[in-house]
Design a protein around this ligand. Sequence first.
Ligand SMILES: *Cc1c(COP(=O)(O)O)cnc(C)c1O
Length: 358
Amino acid sequence: MILLNPGPVTLSERVRQALLSPDLCHREPEFFDLQDEIRARLLDVHDLNPDDWAAVLLSGSGTAAMEAMVSSLVPDDGRLLVLENGVYGERLSRIARLHGIECEALRHDWGGRLDLERLAARLDQPPAITHLAVVHHETTTGRLNDLPAVTALCREQGVAVLVDAVSSFGAEAIDFDGWGLDACAATANKCLHGVPGAAFVIVRRASLKGAGVARTLYLDLATACQAQDARGTPFTPAIQSYYALREALREFFDQGGRATRYARYLALAEQVRKGFETVGIEPLLAPADSSVVLRAYRLPAGLSYDRLHDGLKAQGFVIYAGQGGLGGSIFRISTMGDVASEDMTRLVAAVADTLGAP
Ligand SMILES: *Cc1c(COP(=O)(O)O)cnc(C)c1O
């Protein structure tokens, strides 16, 4: 089965085999070697200086990393502004509210472009915003939000920026230093091609210092970072997921690193878009507004998502539905994971087949 949903991804044989590595106690030096290697390689993915940045590992899905980032980095006297244009932006707001963080949202239609004028106007007004949270690639629609423009406005006002990069880390360009980010949340099982269970926050070391009192025990970044820096771990980690992540990172660099992965995803995404064009299926967004990781397409008239999904599954492909109000009108294709151009050729043929079927 080929997974074209936005994580978990189709594994390479190399990563799958790593799941069978020896049993390991997380209080032994072998585990800390594993943890150290992952933390160092995660910083290398986007060429970060370890003096300024830390990769803090967590056991959980991508949402655990989002929650750790938001709950650990906005202090009690801070005020968070969340930019919402899809499911994950709205999730950032929910997390902040659950933790009692002073929070407001700039809401946009799902899939809409972030309104920079509204953002600039809000940042100019009291009460002062101290932190901004934004999704880099809004997986709901495949839109790549304009982080260079958003972060430029935040830098002017001295606003700290927290990014949900769960579905872009490892593929899309992220200029941590140039954009002046404070932290990015991400996970093993999307663009890095690991398995679910390991997530992480890349955080500016200086930002951890101002974090204040912990709001949670399990997801507190400062505690976790301190323990990991000292070759420790506060709790039992998802060790097999770590094995897979280490192998996935080794493979990532063997294949040429972030720019190579971007180029590979771009080629696959464009192949699918052009293939779908030949059978009359249109993308929801223009390629220039889209990520290379996932693209949303309009369901053709007369074809329900369920029929498309089931027809493709019978031919070995798992696709992904639209969420919420988009469920009846779009479907999504992610080209993350160990998938090749030949697979996309077969996918387009399978879609044509399903469209033609009575
Ligand atoms: C997948 C994803 C998440 C996290 O989802 P989990 O199911 O918790 O792994 C968060 N943000 C974005 C943008 C995502 O694509």
